[in-house]
Design a protein around this ligand. Structure first.
Ligand code: AGP
Length: 608
């Protein structure tokens, strides 16, 4: 997500901080800032935009005094990209300075409490709440104050903290988000990621969850939350800088596949309170929601595939007609849309020109547009009537994975939220949906734990020239994504096809050895998909089936199978997509393809 850098020593801190932030910019960010302590006061320079803006403002840091400081590159999650929301954040009496990675899930409650007590806030961020809490609860002992404040914070955080009266130390706290300490000669460093300091030192401590480090020029002491000293082992980094940027993974795509449990967890966790789905971002009244007579979904690529899955889910649960369009077609077909149409716009980047234009077309015709976007403050997010952010963090690989999964999670939240308002979900189903949604991250992890098995399967398939993905109902919607993932990064020709439609022509392409990947997770049509499997097998196809655990019928039908944990029908795509992502990744890897930046593709297509 964001980037953290800290320095304490005898050199001017700001140039070192900005240099470290520059090395973290690959992580994706929208603003940057530094704060030093010159022995009397904090000096803060921060701004929306790229590191270059900060470099120009500060003469690459040379204009800023102080030999101790913290710096940050922000990927907005709470509060749009702006100078006020950029880190570091300072408490109202300027006694504490804080930089933060992660999400404070209960920041609104904490903020309201502090406002009631007269604390004045200047930003919309969860991070400023930490700085204000530390100041409000300061009891004369910084370390004791921190150990008392940390348990108040729910969620994940990596924090760099400075207290103005103590210019000879930086305090680092870790819970969930990674944080390392660089060990130098009479100088020490703090960073969220190895690349920031790898040219300064290769010796580091990795903080573990619940640990607090007091970092001075001449030493580092690590404590647990009970105040006991923790003995840490020095780790010497042997990675290259490039490998370090991917946390040791060979590609960003693999790193992001592995981050999916967290992406789904972070996207849903603040929107489920006491067993109820809470979508405060949607400003529509229940009456307005009940007045819509249809839903239109517009998006491109994988985001469009989320829309196709959503059609099955919304029509089944909400009993409202749903149309799904690729955005580039929607805009130019003079769509039948009006104020009784709810338009849902899906986009990871929030900058896709086709999607943006399609949304504007719908709005021009009177439709209310809700956007599902991963980049805070992006064009689509700003121009939509409401925006629900996925909290997947920056997605670097061109082929989307964790953002796709986070978008699906938002669709489930909307289905439950709207279904409840429309009176289409009984109490028992509501409870089951919420329970299954909360269990999704762990079920995704179960599949990721079997990554070596799926890699082994990929090693037997990577030489194929043509691949078909088939499925029925929600499995057909999902097969679209499996096919695109494979095509995008392995350059193998692939087609997704409604399994029941093959026999109407395309089955003529099936011949001995054709690889068919059959999605067979949807229980109600299991027998049907199994007969489609036999249909293609009788013409020579090799069928890899993807289905729910202990569906023995599938293992008898398919030539090989990958099983996923069971869940409710509408959430099956979140599980079945993971093996397909892993298959695509390893098939491309075995073929020696580029993977993170495939030929001809861009991460965000900002032209029509
Ligand atoms: C998916 O892996 C591709 N990168 C591409 O299809 C992408 O989903 C599409 O271009 C839409 O991008 P967006 O979600 O940023 O709007």
């Amino acid at each position: 997500m964001c980037g953290i850098v800290g320095y304490i020593g005898d050199k001017q801190a700001a140039p070192i901080l900005i240099d470290g932030l520059e090395k973290l910019k690959y992580r994706g960010y929208d603003s940057a800032g530094v704060c030093t302590n010159d022995g009397e006061k904090f000096i803060v320079e921060k701004e929306k935009g790229k590191i270059e803006v900060l470099q120009q403002m500060t003469g690459k840091g040379k204009k800023i005094a102080g030999t101790v400081g913290i710096g940050h590159t922000r990927w907005a999650t709470h509060g749009k990209p702006s100078k006020e929301n950029a880190h570091p954040h300072i408490s109202q009496s300027e006694s504490f300075a804080v930089v933060h990675n992660g999400i404070i899930e209960n920041y609104m409650e904490l903020k309201s409490e502090l406002i009631r007590k007269g604390v004045k806030f200047v930003s919309a961020t969860d991070t400023e709440v930490v700085a204000q809490l530390l100041e409000y609860h300061y009891n004369g002992d910084v370390l004791d104050t921190i150990t008392k404040v940390m348990p108040m914070l729910k969620g994940s955080y990596a924090l760099g903290i400075m207290y103005r009266e103590m210019p000879d130390e930086i305090i680092a706290v870790r819970k969930g988000s990674p944080l390392i300490i660089g060990i130098g000669e009479d100088e020490n460093y703090l960073a969220s990621d190895v690349p920031a300091i790898l040219d300064k030192t290769k010796n580091i401590y990795r903080l573990d969850n619940g640990e607090i480090a007091v970092i001075k020029r001449d030493g580092i002491v690590v404590y647990d939350l009970s105040g006991n000293v923790v003995e840490k082992t020095v780790e010497t980094i042997t990675w290259s800088v490039d490998a370090a940027k991917k946390d040791g993974y060979e590609h960003f795509m693999l790193k992001e596949i592995m981050e999916q449990p967290k992406a789904v967890h972070d996207t849903i966790i603040e929107r489920i309170k006491d067993g109820r789905v809470v979508l405060d971002e949607i400003r529509l009244t229940p009456e307005q929601i009940r007045n819509f007579d249809k839903i239109n979904i517009v998006a491109c690529g994988s985001a469009y595939h989320v829309g196709v899955v959503a059609k099955y889910i919304f029509e089944k649960i909400l009993r409202k007609p749903v149309e799904v369009d690729v955005a580039s077609e929607f805009k130019y077909r003079d769509p039948i849309v009006d104020e009784k149409t709810l338009t849902i716009v899906i986009s990871q980047s929030g900058e896709t020109a086709d999607t943006k234009e399609a949304m504007k077309e719908a709005q021009r015709k009177g439709s209310y547009a809700i956007a599902i976007v991963n980049v805070v403050g992006s064009a689509i997010a700003v121009e939509a009537d409401d925006v629900i952010y996925t909290l997947a963090g920056p997605e670097i690989a061109v082929a989307t994975t964790k953002a796709y999964s986070a978008q699906l999670a938002v669709i489930y939240l909307m289905a439950i939220y709207f279904g409840d308002i429309l009176g289409k979900i009984c109490k028992e189903d509501y409870k089951n949906y919420v329970s299954e949604l909360l269990a999704l991250p762990e079920k995704i992890t179960d599949i990721l734990d079997r990554i070596e098995d799926i890699k082994n399967t990929a090693s037997k398939l990577f030489a194929r020239k043509d691949v078909f993905f088939i499925g029925r109902n929600i499995d057909h919607a999902l097969s679209l994504e499996g096919s695109l993932k494979l095509k995008e990064i392995s350059y193998i020709h692939s087609e997704a096809y409604a399994a029941g439609e093959l026999k109407h022509g395309t089955i003529s392409l099936i011949e001995k050895g054709t690889l068919v990947i059959a999605l067979a997770t949807y229980e109600d049509l299991h027998e049907k998909i199994c007969s489609n499997i036999e249909e293609v097998q009788s013409r020579g196809a090799y069928v890899l089936g993807i289905g729910c655990e202990n569906r023995q019928h599938l293992s008898h039908s398919a030539d090989s199978t990958i099983f996923i944990p069971k869940t409710c029908d509408m959430m099956l795509p979140s599980l079945a997509v993971v093996p397909m992502q892993i298959l695509a990744y390893y098939i491309a890897r075995f073929k020696g393809c580029e993977i993170d930046t495939p030929r001809n593709l861009a991460k965000s297509v900002t032209v029509e």
